[in-house]
Design a protein around this ligand. Structure first.
Ligand code: SF4
Length: 66
């Protein structure tokens, strides 16, 4: 199974996802929101992204099975 993650405009730039999974989520300081810098390529990496998704206080991260 592969999953694709996205951050939507509800992001409040709290940094939680970047702290949780820094290899996959980064902060766009200029635009004031996080973005997915790299999509996960293994189950272990999906697990890290899933933890980032769950850490988001405003549910700005979503995922879809691809
Ligand atoms: S955890 Fe959610 S609100 Fe916080 S930076 Fe990441 S996407 Fe934005």
């Amino acid at each position: 199974m592969r999953k694709k993650y996205t951050v939507d405009e509800n992001c409040i730039a709290c940094d939680a996802c970047v702290v949780e999974a820094p290899n996959f989520f980064s902060m766009n300081e200029e635009e004031g929101h996080a973005f997915v810098s790299k999509q996960p390529e293994s189950d272990q990496q999906i697990e890290l992204c899933e933890m980032a998704l769950e850490s988001c206080p405003v549910e700005a991260i979503s995922s879809e099975i691809i």
